[in-house]
Design a protein around this ligand. Structure first.
Ligand SMILES: Nc1ncnc2c1ncn2[C@@H]1O[C@H](COP(=O)(O)OP(=O)(O)OP(=O)(O)O)[C@@H](O)[C@H]1O
Length: 809
């Protein structure tokens, strides 16, 4: 139902966005309509006073001698005649209102659907006309000819009572469908009114109806009688007024206690309120503030519809399936002979080692077939596991993996590669039900499992991914599969990519979708980062974005980006308070090893920070490397990347580094991969998407209307402004003193020494050397030779720095 509603909304908004062309046209058309709306209003108002005088001149519009009384002259009189008299009478104002509101929406370019407003407006106008037609049958100026005739028509067919009932039914429909009136709301209003009423009555009771009061009145009267020597005031009802008066006159007199009793009297009055009403008071009072803001948000949603982040590119078309290739036969061909042969070899091999099998079963996947065996009772599992190499030798096949036991099943698995592996096309996984129907934030169709099922995971849940594999084993294809999945499922408003590609070739194709899907630093020309120095700035900028987003989440009192965006869509967050729809940001780093080698800690620290904290605010990291050695994938990085993917690697050690278990060294390459999210390891065949396919997809997206620029990340003012030699002492790097000590101790002025000793990136070390030169600690650049160190020892350095500091102060 909700989806249907959303669909109709989108449809009507599309209709209007087709009509309105540019911002300029919108402004022009909007102002014109607003002015026309005001003109209509004035013409109608005036028509009600002047219609009798003006009616005669309507037939003589061309006669310039005749003047109309209407504020808007003859045109005003004609408009009035058309809309009021010959139209819908008093309800003509609805049209003035609709014109004005339409103009206003165009003017402010709200982009909200207006068709709905017009349809309801016309219906309301007709209803009012018929209503007036019913009650004021003689006054055509109130009901208009339309109202009069419709009413006559209805009365003929339905009779008077039928017409009344129909009008009532229409009213109820309007109240329920448009004003969202429900029985609950009705009851709430009634009880509110009743409450208000009973309070009033309660108050009157306090002063007027209590018996005690009457007694006290009479008491007081007696006293007053004594004092004033006047006759006792009668207790008849007519005398209530003077009675009350007398009572209040006594306020300052010794009768004060009686007056205190008045307030006491309120207690029984309150007690007399039923439980039901008391509950109502308790519930409404504390929640008042919140309800109000909720009501405002509801009202906004009703008026403008839910916030639609995709509206700016509402005509955006998702890439179609035909951009992807089919690869040969899509199904898996079962080679019965091969199956039988493999089964026999396994059974025979195990028999050699005196291992009997009670059952064997095969599951055929795209690249490997899984033989599940149930060993006879009493056989030790470790014994089978040790036979891995022997079985591989007997089967004369590479890439045999033994899973003993298969988690969750009481069997042992032996994975044997197929002689003719079939390619899993990206097309087949994208087209699969599992991917198409995935209700995930960032769905990724990786490929197919061993039982030939499409494997779809949510990157938002992972929340970061580490990918390793020796060169040529399918890493780049894997990255493309991830990006393609997201392009097929997410609108440009919902996800942005930050791409780091030191190899400069793998991700270049995505340049074409820069203004749709990419994010970049404000001052950079290229969105895809190929220069290692820029990576540091980008990573730090992402850290700022992360901090900003956390601040926004805190202000919105939500815990994660999903809740934040839902609240923003429901118009509960005000854009004037700095709130905006937050797209997911996916950072992809290819060749991470390269980066770590050149920039070291400067890259590792922000990456670790992002990996630790960014999950809640929608920044997700995918890091790929050829060399999964421990100095690349350090402990801190590993700890924060629970999702790992391994394509074939060259050694068991590499496999352990990436997966914490062996197995990746036994894969057969070409997209054969292992995936883990912390517990079990799943073998998958990665979907294959070739460069021409990616090119077609990016062309398809790139040719469509885009945002004016790539998504801009916050500006990061790095420390790189230290290139000039006139460096202020206060602007020196935090490690300046340490660097000076290292250089002076070693008596060698080289940046690479600093890099090694202080674990710095090249850039920072270079900047430090510049600063040391500016300070006069090292000499100028001398080509391939190391710079001369101008301070002989640490004591002189200390003196030098102290005197420098004194001068500075
Ligand atoms: N999923 C797959 N299905 C079939 N073939 C694949 C698959 N993945 C990769 N291949 C084959 O392997 C080749 C190399 O893949 P890819 O370019 O992704 O390797 P890589 O690991 O990125 O290498 P490098 O690290 O040198 O860039 C591809 O050209 C393709 O022929």
């Amino acid at each position: 139902m909700a989806a249907k509603k959303e669909h109709t909304k989108k449809k009507s908004s599309k209709l209007f966005s087709k009509i309105t062309l540019s911002q300029q046209t919108k402004t022009l058309l909007g102002s014109a309509l607003m002015i026309i709306g005001v003109a209509f209003f004035l013409a109608f108002i005036s028509y009600f006073f002047t219609w009798k005088e003006d009616q005669s001149i309507l037939s003589e519009l061309s006669n310039r001698q005749e003047n109309a009384q209407n504020l808007l002259g003859k045109i005003g009189a004609s408009l009035g005649d058309l809309f009021v008299y010959n139209g819908v009478g008093l309800a003509a104002f609805v049209f003035a209102y609709l014109l004005f509101v339409t103009g206003l929406h165009l003017f402010v370019a709200s982009g909200k659907p207006l068709l709905n407003k017009w349809v309801w407006g016309v219906l309301v106008a007709l209803w009012i006309a018929i209503l007036f037609g019913f009650f004021t049958q003689s006054s055509l100026v109130l009901s208009g000819v339309v109202g009069y005739e419709l009413n006559a028509y209805l009365s003929d067919y339905l009779g008077t009572i039928g017409t009344v009932l129909l009008l009532a039914l229409c009213f109820v429909l309007y109240a329920v469908l448009k004003l969202k009136f429900t029985a609950e709301k009705g009851i709430a209003i009634i009880s509110k009114v009743r409450n208000l009423f009973s309070k009033r009555v309660g108050d009157t009771d306090v002063f007027g109806t209590e018996d005690d009061l009457q007694t006290s009145h009479s008491e007081k009267d007696q006293i007053s009688d004594k004092l004033d020597n006047e006759p006792i005031t009668p207790t008849s009802t007519e005398a209530t007024e003077p009675l009350k008066k007398t009572t209040f006159d006594f306020k300052e007199e010794p009768l004060q206690p009686t007056i205190t009793n008045f307030s006491d009297l309120k207690v029984p009055a309150k007690d007399s309120i039923t439980d039901d009403e008391e509950l109502h008071i308790e519930v409404t009072a504390p929640a008042e503030e919140k309800e109000l803001s909720d009501i405002r948000a509801e009202q906004l949603v009703e008026d403008f519809g839910e916030f639609d982040p995709t509206l700016e590119l509402s005509n955006y078309k998702f890439p179609t399936l035909d951009l992807l290739n089919e690869y040969g036969n899509t199904g898996i061909t079962i080679n019965q002979e091969e199956l039988e042969e493999n089964k026999n070899t396994i059974v025979q091999t195990l028999k050699h080692y005196k291992i009997d099998i009670s059952q064997i079963k095969a599951t055929i996947g795209p690249t490997v077939t899984l033989y599940e065996i149930v060993p006879a009772a009493g056989i030790r599992i470790s014994k089978i596991k040790n036979l891995e190499d022997d079985i591989a030798l007997s089967l004369a096949a590479l890439g045999i993996r033994i899973i003993a036991p298969i988690p969750g099943k009481g069997t042992i698995g032996i994975e044997v590669p197929n002689k003719n592996p079939s390619i899993v096309s990206m097309r087949s996984v994208i087209a699969s039900q599992r991917f198409q129907k995935a209700e995930m934030e960032l769905p990724i169709a990786f490929g197919k499992t061993i039982s030939n099922e499409t494997f779809v995971v949510d990157l938002a849940k992972m929340p970061h991914m580490l990918m390793a594999g020796a060169t040529g084993q399918g890493k780049s294809v894997g990255l493309n599969a991830v990006l393609t999945s997201l392009l097929y499922k997410k609108h440009p408003a919902e996800v942005k990519f930050v791409l780091v590609d030191p190899k400069k070739v793998e991700l270049t194709l995505f340049n074409k979708i820069e203004r749709h899907y990419l994010a970049k630093l404000p001052d950079s020309e290229e969105a895809i980062i190929t220069d290692n120095t820029k990576v540091i700035n980008t990573l730090n900028s992402l850290c700022i974005e992360m901090d900003n987003r956390y601040e926004m989440l805190k202000n919105a009192m939500v815990r994660n980006i999903k809740e934040y965006n839902a609240k923003f869509k429901a118009r509960k967050l005000n854009p004037n308070d700095g709130h905006k729809f937050l797209p997911y940001i996916v950072l992809v780093v290819d060749e991470f090893a390269d980066l770590i080698m050149t920039a070291g800690k400067e890259v590792e620290t922000p990456i670790a920070r992002l990996a630790q904290l960014a999950r809640a605010i929608g920044i997700h990291l995918i890091i790929a490397t050829q060399r999964p050695s421990v100095n690349v994938i350090t402990g801190i990085i590993k700890a924060n990347f629970p999702a790992r993917i391994a394509f074939r690697v060259t050694s068991k050690i590499d496999s352990r580094t990436i997966l914490d278990t062996q197995g990746a060294d036994q894969l057969i390459g070409r997209g054969d991969m292992l995936f883990t999210q912390g517990n079990e390891v799943i073998r998958l065949q990665c979907a294959f998407v070739d460069t021409p396919e990616v090119s077609k997809i990016t062309d398809f997206i790139g040719s469509q209307r885009a945002y004016p620029d790539a998504h801009l990340l916050p500006e990061y003012v790095g420390e790189e402004n230290g290139t000039s030699l006139d460096i202020d002492i206060s602007e020196r790097d935090a490690l300046f003193r340490e660097a000076a000590e290292v250089i002076v101790t070693a008596q060698q002025g080289s940046a690479s020494l600093l890099q090694r000793k202080l674990k710095l990136g090249y850039n920072r070390a270079g900047r430090l050397i510049d600063q040391l030169e500016a300070a006069g600690i090292v000499g100028p650049f001398e080509g391939s030779k190391a710079r001369q160190v101008l301070i002989p020892d640490l004591v002189s350095l200390e003196q030098f720095l102290t005197s420098e500091q004194d001068n500075f102060e």
